[in-house]
Design a binder for this molecule. Structure first.
Ligand code: PHE
Length: 453
């Protein structure tokens, strides 16, 4: 049998930052704004915040319990905690979700490399909003450039994975997250002070509940799971590397507020700018890529060196934030193959890299030359996004709440969730896991996916 070299996080803060590194990424800066734009703004955001608080945080604690008490990969953890049952299928579904997300997420992560290149070469200079849209569409429609970016990004992820968990992930998360936060804050201030930014602020802050339907609920719930890296066992895999005295509820709260803070900040960057330059908020996945260059251009256009410096910094940090997320997706699949199929970590990592590159390539092409081939009316890229974020992750969350709320040994659950009696909201978390989260997720599914008409 291949030697299983399970890694561990050196320090507690390192573990928290790595989990936050998994959570913070394109989900916050790319997906949150476009989903908010698609679903009408402020009301979506409020529902999203409700989902984070009343589903996301308790389910994250539950995932931490599963990972930290089993010390195993996503599928094996159920076999350790519930031997002889079928619960391990929840872990398997999560691993599949992680693999699918890795494939299409890396496509967008690759786009950030193109934008680093454009920022370095000062190609944003002198372009109008319409030019930015045209050049983005030209790039995504090209069969080669996005594919090369995807390949480079996959290789970067692969490289960190084979160097091991502690050295690779922890080191990078420690420095980069705080820098990213400060830069986002600066950009938000710039964006809000652009002419006509008020309408963007209104879009963000004035809820119109008449537009809320099942689709908005499903969107907000899916976004919460996606952004918090929840429901697939990814954070559980990280928790299996936590030190045994890690305070799980506190870690979950910290990860959730950092993640939500970054998403809301991204909203304050994108919408004021989009309204200011006349870009539609429901432009979809292209939203940040056609809006942000305008911010650099409008706010710093006559100070070329500053525009270049800040835009390069931004896209580098965005790429790195995406990298700490792809690492976590890759790691959960690699850990599974390595530990379950008797293969070396290196071989497992190559399989994951190769497989997700091929799938990612199809996703990438489905936005350009293949855009006429649709499945259920969706391109392959959109289908992967829909099936993972809006179905597989919430379904995983539903199973995880039931597993920890109802099935798992009460003593283990009490010790872990109450942090040996020090966490006072223990009963609230248990109530949510037992009743609220499963019922709410099932309700949203039934309501929106047309299971009952
Ligand atoms: N949460 C990550 C982000 O916001 C994406 C992700 C999803 C990472 C699922 C891991 C697992 O970018």
């Amino acid at each position: 049998m291949a030697k299983i070299d399970r890694a561990g996080f050196g320090t507690k803060i390192g573990a928290v930052l790595a989990a936050a590194g998994s959570a913070v990424g394109l989900g916050n800066i790319w997906r949150f704004p476009f989903e908010t734009g698609n679903h009408g703004g402020a009301a979506f955001i409020l529902i999203y915040l409700g989902c984070v608080l009343f589903m996301g945080i308790p389910i994250m604690i539950a995932e931490f319990v599963i990972g930290s008490r089993s010390r195993a990969n996503a599928a094996r953890s159920y076999r350790v905690l519930a031997p002889g049952t079928q619960w391990h299928w929840v872990g398997r579904m999560g691993i599949l979700a992680g693999f699918l997300i890795l494939s299409y997420y890396s496509v967008v992560a690759g786009w950030t490399l193109e934008f680093i290149f454009e920022a370095v070469t000062n190609s944003f200079a002198g372009k109008s909003p319409a030019d930015f849209i045209a050049s983005f569409n030209g790039f995504v429609g090209d069969p080669w450039r996005p594919a090369i970016c995807l390949l480079l990004f996959m290789l970067a992820t692969h490289f960190v994975i084979v160097r091991g968990v502690e050295k690779g992930i922890e080191k990078s998360s420690n420095i980069l997250m705080p820098v990213l936060f400060v830069l986002l804050l600066l950009l938000a201030v710039c964006s809000v002070s652009l002419p006509g930014a008020m309408n963007g602020l209104k879009f963000l802050l004035e809820p119109d509940f008449s537009k809320v339907d099942g689709n908005v609920l499903l969107g907000a719930m899916g976004q919460a799971f996606f952004s918090l890296s929840l429901g697939l066992g990814c954070l559980g895999t990280y928790a299996s590397y936590f030190r045994s005295d890690t305070n799980l509820p506190k870690t979950a709260f910290n990860v959730a507020w950092i993640d939500t803070g970054v998403a809301v900040l991204a909203g304050f960057i994108i919408f004021p700018a989009a309204f200011s330059v006349g870009i539609q908020p429901d432009a979809g996945p292209s939203l940040i890529f056609i809006t942000l260059p305008n911010v650099f251009q409008q706010a710093f256009g006559n100070l070329t060196w500053l525009a270049i410096l800040l835009s390069v910094m931004f896209y580098v940090l965005l790429a790195l934030a995406a990298l700490t997320s792809t690492i976590s997706q890759h790691e959960m699949v690699t850990a599974y193959l390595h530990e379950e199929f008797n293969m070396t970590r290196k071989k497992a990592a190559w399989l994951v890299t190769g497989g997700s590159f091929v799938l990612g390539l199809f996703c990438s092409l489905s936005l350009g030359v293949g855009k006429d081939y649709t499945i259920f009316g969706l391109t392959l890229f959109d289908l992967f996004d829909f099936v993972t974020a809006k179905i597989m992750l919430p379904a995983g969350g539903l199973c995880i709440s039931i597993f920890v709320g109802w099935y798992l040994d009460k003593k283990i659950v009490w010790e872990a969730i109450s942090n040996n009696g020090t966490f006072r909201l223990y009963k609230v978390v248990i109530f949510i896991l037992k009743f609220f989260a499963p019922i709410a997720i099932a309700f949203i599914f039934i309501n929106e996916l047309g299971l009952i008409r």
